[in-house]
Design a protein around this ligand. Structure first.
Ligand code: G6P
Length: 365
């Protein structure tokens, strides 16, 4: 069937707007009230000592967020690799490793080659894919579809947040299988998860506000994105989105690395997007912001109401998202990051759905 833009100007806008609904679908496919239920043949995380997550592009950043979740929620060591590096490095793989390949298309050549390398070397191969009848799905012992629906825009949006949603639920299952997460904690976390689509809907509703800021961002040549903890991969994703579709040069950094290089670039011409919910690392992010402001840097702070109260003064712009459980923040904060790139690209008049030199699915090396 032909997929239409449904009243939106671009597929990317449609796909951003669809996120509350498709994230809800994803949750419904895996989450019960007390447990996470995986499709046959299932996964028992008590059998693995380590997860290896491999992907390319945006899917790789989803893996990077998942590393924080597996470690923090399940106490399970997790390693992330870029498929193009992993496949040629021929890394040794310890016993009791579960490999997880994440791919929207399920056809990315490097990711598929990395999967082939793992055949016979890991205990189990799982894939998190949007296209369930894909080469990567066929090569896996267990397929975990993300249920995002067809994604047409070259820059991945809803596939990213649905990948995150599935990976989050895998981390919950891992915590439960390994006896790290109690039954009560699981129920609490599943309850929090069920409120995610509503919060995402709120963030999508801030589009007009992001657009106003994006029109100013569209004027710059360079931008920095900063985040700590699981917001660090989000900073990488924010920079990737902006450069992909608006062609503005952007770099994502772990906030703590600011002083080891990127601070040299700071002046009023380089906006710094700080992704910082008011979590236990917030004060650290505030010090980083002060370092930027002391050098005349302009900060766009993306935070929650408490964060805006504590640190909004002196910022160039503040975008406020609803308060959310710390572990779910990366999914919610993906929305303003996508909207910022989208509206900056529209303001610049670039071809949002078909950015130059990029392909939706890279099936050749
Ligand atoms: C291309 C797309 C990206 C995508 C990456 C991985 O570069 O433009 O949006 O993240 O491939 O694709 P996959 O289908 O494996 O997720």
């Amino acid at each position: 069937a032909r997929i239409e833009k449904g009243g939106h100007r671009h597929f990317m806008a449609k796909e951003i707007a669809e996120q509350p609904s498709v994230i809800g679908d994803t949750i419904r496919h895996y989450a019960g009230t007390r447990e996470i239920v995986l499709p046959e043949p299932g996964l028992d995380f008590s059998q693995y000592d380590r997860v290896l997550l491999v992907a390319c592009g945006t899917a790789n950043y989803a893996c990077f967020v998942a590393k924080y979740w597996f470690e923090r929620i399940a106490g399970l060591p997790a390693e992330v690799d870029i498929a193009s590096e992993f496949r040629y490095r021929e890394p040794p793989i310890p016993a009791r490793t579960l490999a997880i390949f994440v791919s929207q298309s399920g056809e990315t050549a490097d990711t598929l080659a990395a999967l082939r390398y793992c055949e016979g070397r890991v205990d189990r191969i799982a894939s998190v894919v949007n296209v369930a009848e894909s080469s990567i799905a066929r090569g896996s012992d267990i397929v975990l579809p993300i249920f995002a629906g067809a994604e047409i825009g070259v820059a991945s949006t809803k596939a990213f947040t649905c990948q995150l949603t599935v990976l989050h639920m895998l981390a919950l299952k891992a915590g439960s299988d390994r006896g790290v997460l109690s039954g009560t904690e699981m129920e609490t976390r599943l309850g929090l998860l069920s409120s995610l689509p509503g919060l995402v809907n709120h963030a999508v509703g801030e589009s007009a506000e992001v657009e106003r800021i994006a029109r100013e961002v569209a004027e710059v040549e360079d931008a920095l994105f900063l985040g700590r903890g699981a917001m660090y991969p989000l900073a990488l994703e924010g920079a990737l989105k902006l450069k992909e579709i608006s062609y503005i040069h952007a770099e994502g950094y772990a906030s703590g690395e600011l002083k080891h290089g990127p601070i040299a670039l700071i002046d009023q011409t380089v906006p710094v997007v700080v992704l910082a919910p008011s979590d236990e690392l917030f004060d650290k992010s505030v010090s980083n912001m002060q370092e930027v402001m002391a050098r005349g840097g302009r900060i766009l702070l993306i935070t929650d109401p408490a964060g805006a109260r504590k640190a909004g003064d002196g910022c160039w712009r503040v975008l406020t998202l609803p308060e959310i459980a710390a572990d779910l923040a990366p999914i919610l904060y993906a929305i303003p990051v996508q909207l910022l790139a989208y509206h900056a690209a529209v303001a610049k008049g670039t071809d949002v759905d078909q950015p130059r030199n990029l392909a939706k699915s890279v099936t050749v090396e």
